[in-house]
Design a protein around this ligand. Structure first.
Ligand code: F6P
Ligand code: MN
Length: 350
């Protein structure tokens, strides 16, 4: 720090104030982020209690995605909503766990912001005491907004703030306001998020990738090519060995990419083509894409920038390829080669 103090003396509330001043944002904007942080601190406390807090892996109904909701999914969703409602800074929230947005105010007395979140990402990990997280994205409400689903349908490039909280060995919030990425670690002694990295960057090169390899037979040709070249290692065209990791919670897998480089992929494949992908655009792909780009990486569908997709549905899915610049670019190049071969075959009538 310039004044000689420790990085961790810079706490999240200072950072929020500084970013609000830089963006010339109002106090509601600061309130939105503060409420998210308080919700996540409460979720962290629950997660830390594990089985002592009851059976957080207990199964409930299926959500709008047709996925079984776990107790902790529901509790986390409620915590975020309660803090947002009490704070009074949002017009509406939308969540992975709710079919439609929840409107707090239609008379614009509650600021001009919208919040969309995945309250508990990777919830299959709850039952095995493995990492889970919360992902969030803050949008400006359009002129005349009522808080209905349509108001949320903005491209990722419109996000004002994006972040996630990883409930891992420690609880960390990774956040961007569009000018770099910072990490805040939750101090278990006083419950304050303290800065532990002021400017996170992803190395441009990497020898580590993350993909659910059980889907291999459904992959598209560019993904088949990329992964088979990685697997060929030193003896193949890449001339070096690659490592593979898959935690099964996007927050944890992306955090590894941000921490030590890598490529994280959940491409569209034949099995999920009709759904458009596996991960949800508004509260998984877009916030992660903003963080990764702000850290110097790339975030693509294979055919274009994730953050340029014009959404048509709150819960729509998107293919995701993100992380270290040069590896993501390589996969994009493989997609372009395929596209141009298809085009020239069409032109020649083949
Ligand atoms: O939220 C969806 C999610 O759980 C992500 O966190 C994770 O990356 C992915 O799904 C895991 O997918 P799979 O079940 O195919 O491993
Ligand atoms: Mn998720």
């Amino acid at each position: 720090m310039q004044d000689g103090s420790n990085l961790s003396d810079h706490i999240l509330s200072d950072h929020i104030q500084a970013e609000c001043a830089r963006l010339d944002a109002d106090s509601d904007f600061a309130g939105v982020i503060t409420d998210i942080a308080e919700s996540c601190a409460a979720i962290s406390k629950l997660v830390r209690h594990g089985r002592l807090a009851g059976n957080m892996a207990a199964e409930h109904d299926t959500n709008v995605q047709d996925e079984t909701q776990k107790e902790l999914d529901i509790v986390s969703n409620n915590l975020l909503i309660e803090h947002a409602d009490k704070g009074g800074h949002l017009i509406a929230v939308a969540s992975e766990e709710m079919a439609d947005s929840l409107i707090f105010s239609q008379d614009n007395t509650r600021g001009k912001y919208l919040l969309v979140f995945d309250p508990l990402d990777g919830s299959l990990n709850i039952g095995i005491n493995a990492p889970v997280g919360t992902i969030f994205s803050v949008l400006r409400a359009p002129e005349g907004a009522t808080g209905a689903n349509e108001d949320f349908l903005q491209p990722g490039s419109s996000q004002l703030c994006a972040g996630y909280v990883l409930y891992g060995i420690s609880t960390e919030m990774v956040i961007t306001f569009g000018a770099g990425v910072a990490i805040f670690t939750l101090d278990p002694d006083d419950g304050i998020f303290k800065m532990t990295d002021s400017h996170l960057t992803i190395a441009e090169d990497t020898s580590e990738y993350a993909i659910n390899a059980s889907n291999q037979r459904f992959w598209e040709a560019p993904v088949q090519r990329y992964i088979s070249e990685c697997l060929a290692g030193k003896d193949g065209p890449r001339g070096r060995d690659f490592n593979m990791r898959w935690v099964g919670a996007m927050v944890a897998d992306v955090h590894r990419v941000l921490s030590r480089s890598g490529v994280f992929t959940y491409p569209v494949d034949e099995k999920i083509r009709a759904r458009g992908g596996r991960l949800r655009l508004m509260y998984e792909a877009n916030p992660m894409a903003m963080i990764v780009e702000q850290a110097g990486g790339l975030a693509s569908t294979g055919h274009g920038r994730i953050m340029e997709i014009a959404p048509h549905n709150l819960h729509q899915r998107a293919p995701v390829i993100l992380g270290s610049k040069n590896e993501v670019q390589r996969l994009i190049d493989y997609y372009s080669e395929l596209d141009s071969n298809l085009d020239s075959n069409l032109d020649s009538g083949a």
